[in-house]
Design a protein around this ligand. Structure first.
Ligand SMILES: [Zn+2]
Length: 347
């Protein structure tokens, strides 16, 4: 049954400035990713409010990164082709674009908190979820999702923030930042074993944060049915128990079947169905507050079409029952994760 409530006022953060970070010729995390999303934003016109980004302040970046690291990234603005890590390379504009990526997400959070938008999607680059407190990693400079979670805690007093990370890679940076922290629930679906190597089901957090990290390591080849099963049977039931006040999403589109870097088979409508479930979750617990942030996704056509499908989910709020998934092949994995998590969530 579909309970269609009023369309949401959904906002998009995007800006041509995001084209300026240049990690070098042939790099998959390239400016064209934003170019196709600027085209999409133009096609969508007035259907989505457009929010101008701002640069994050150093104090905001310092909520998740050490000062020496921020200084190191700043120092790269004097040169092109500075390799912070084997595959994380900066150009003169990268530091500024990195601040604008994080600040763009914070602007979206402010717009939602102020009621100027119901929900939204920050279409920014570079991505952030591999970035560690003291170093760059995996195309990522600053951990925007993690900084966003700290921001809503400090600025808006949030006590329970969910970060859902559906990028095909495990968000090791985000996990690390909140591993001992119960005020942020980090949940990730990712290909495993795969880059960056972390994200086993048994990584569940430690000390105060024990039970507040939920990893769903999926074998290569999973598609819509397997993802929907995981969201229906693991992600949503745990999130329902947690009752997040904010839902932040590290939205990578590299689980798409066309993606050149990974081996999953998710379709545009699969991403839309996942987004529907998260919108419903936010409506149930978080006053509808859900903010998505672009992480990976390296096939331009898949990226544009998937973002378009997810934006429709945000705006149209089709709050019906979740689609019945297949995905029986991963039933043993689902049972294993529920066994690992049940003592924390009485599932
Ligand atoms: Zn990724």
């Amino acid at each position: 049954m579909i309970n269609k409530i009023a369309m949401a006022r959904s906002a998009v953060v995007i800006d041509p400035e995001y084209l300026k970070h240049d990690p070098g010729r042939g790099h998959p995390e390239r400016a064209q990713r934003i170019k196709v999303l600027l085209d999409l934003a133009a096609e969508l016109g007035a259907a989505f409010a457009r929010i101008e980004p701002r640069a994050a302040t150093h104090e905001e970046i310092e909520m998740c990164h050490v000062r020496e690291y921020i200084e190191l990234v700043r120092s790269t603005s004097e040169t092109n082709g500075f390799a912070l890590d084997g595959d994380t390379v900066t150009s003169r504009d990268s530091f500024g674009v990195g601040l604008l990526a994080t600040g763009g997400f914070l602007r979206l959070l402010d717009a939602i908190a102020a009621g100027e938008a119901d929900n939204g999607f920050a279409l920014v680059r570079p991505p952030g979820h591999h970035a560690l407190p003291d170093r760059a990693m995996g195309f990522c400079l600053f951990n925007t999702a993690a900084i966003g979670a700290q921001y809503v805690r400090r600025r808006y007093g949030a006590e329970r923030v969910l970060i859902m990370d559906w990028d095909v890679h495990h968000g090791n940076g985000t996990q690390e930042l909140f591993y001992r922290d119960s005020s942020v629930l980090y949940m990730s679906t990712h290909q495993y074993p795969f880059y960056p190597g972390t994200g086993a089901a048994e990584e569940i957090g430690a000390s105060e944060g024990e039970g507040f990290t939920v990893n769903v390591p999926l074998p290569a080849g999973c598609g819509d049915e397997e993802y929907l099963r995981v969201f229906r049977d693991v992600i949503v039931p745990i999130a329902d128990k947690y009752r997040p006040e904010w839902v932040l999403v590290s939205a990578g589109f590299d689980p798409h079947r066309r993606d050149p870097l990974a081996g999953m088979n998710v379709s545009e409508s699969g991403f839309a169905a996942i987004a529907d479930m998260l919108v419903r979750l936010a409506e149930s617990h978080a006053g509808g507050r859900i903010a998505l942030l672009l992480e990976g996704g390296y096939d331009l056509k898949a990226l544009k079409e998937s973002v378009a499908a997810v934006l429709r989910s945000l705006r149209d709020r089709q709050l019906g029952d979740a689609p019945a998934p297949g995905g029986a092949a991963i039933e043993p994995l689902v049972r294993h994760i529920l066994r690992v998590q049940e003592k924390y969530w009485s599932l």
